[in-house]
Design a protein around this ligand. Sequence first.
Ligand SMILES: C[S@@+](CC[C@H](N)C(=O)[O-])C[C@H]1O[C@@H](n2cnc3c(N)ncnc32)[C@H](O)[C@@H]1O
Length: 237
Amino acid sequence: MFDETHPLVQFKLDILRRAFPAQDAIVFGDIYGVEGAYTAKCIEYGCSRALLIDSHETAPWLRRRLDQPAIDFYKGDFADPFFMASVRETYEIGVAYDVLLHQAPLLHTVHLMLEKVRERFLVVQPMLEEQPVPGSVVYLPGNSSGAELHPFADRPDEYRVFDVDQVNQAHWIWGMTPSFLKAALAGEGFETVYEATTGPLTPNPRWAWWGFVAERRTTPDSHWSAHSRTKDLRSGA
Ligand SMILES: C[S@@+](CC[C@H](N)C(=O)[O-])C[C@H]1O[C@@H](n2cnc3c(N)ncnc32)[C@H](O)[C@@H]1O
C-alpha cells in the first residue's frame, strides 16, 4: 500500500527526488500494491511525461491514468526483448523499485531497461548483505540455506523464495549484494553516485533495503549485446 508516512515509502521518495529536475521518466513495474504511485510522483516532481511499463493492470491504476494524461502505460514484460523493441523513445530517468530481484534473465533485463534511460537510473529493493566474495549474487530457488538465508522464514507460503517451480516475476529469485549491482550497472555505463540503506529488513538481518542513484557515463563499446564489436575469438586479435 502507498502510504507516504511509511518509512519505506519515504525512503523510496527520497531516492526519487534525487533524480530531479528531470524532463521525462520511465518506470519499470509500479502496479502491485501501489497503483502507479511512483509514476504519478514523477509528474508531481516535474516531469512533463512518465511512462509506466507493467505486465499487470488494475482498475484504480486505469482511473489514475485517465485522470493524468501526462502518464502513459505500455502493458507488457520489460524482460522481453521483442516487447522492449516496441518502446521507441528514451527517457531522462529510469525507476526500478522492487523489480530487479524478480527478473530471471537478470543482466539482460537490466540492459533492456537501461537502453531506454538517457541520464539517471534509480533502484530500491531488498539486498543481501555483502558476502566474503565481492560481486556475489545468490540464486534463491533450490537453495538449501533455509532460515539462514530466507528473508521471511516465518512466511514460507507467501515468500516461496526457494521453490524451484516459482522462477517468475511474482517471486524473489536473486539475493543481490550491493557490490554485484554496482558492477552490473557499471557494465552498462552507469556509475553509482549515491547509495543508502534503511538498515535490516526484519526478521532476517542479512537482508536490508537499499537505494541507488546511478548516472550514465558512457555507452560501453564492448558490451555483450554488440556482437559485431566484441572480440572474435577465432581471429586471435
Ligand atoms: C513488487 S511490485 C513493486 C511495485 C512498486 N514499484 C513498489 O516499489 O512498490 C513489482 C511490480 O513490477 C511488475 N513486474 C515485475 N516484473 C515485471 C516484468 N518483467 N515486466 C513487467 N512488469 C513486471 C509487477 O507486475 C508489479 O506490479
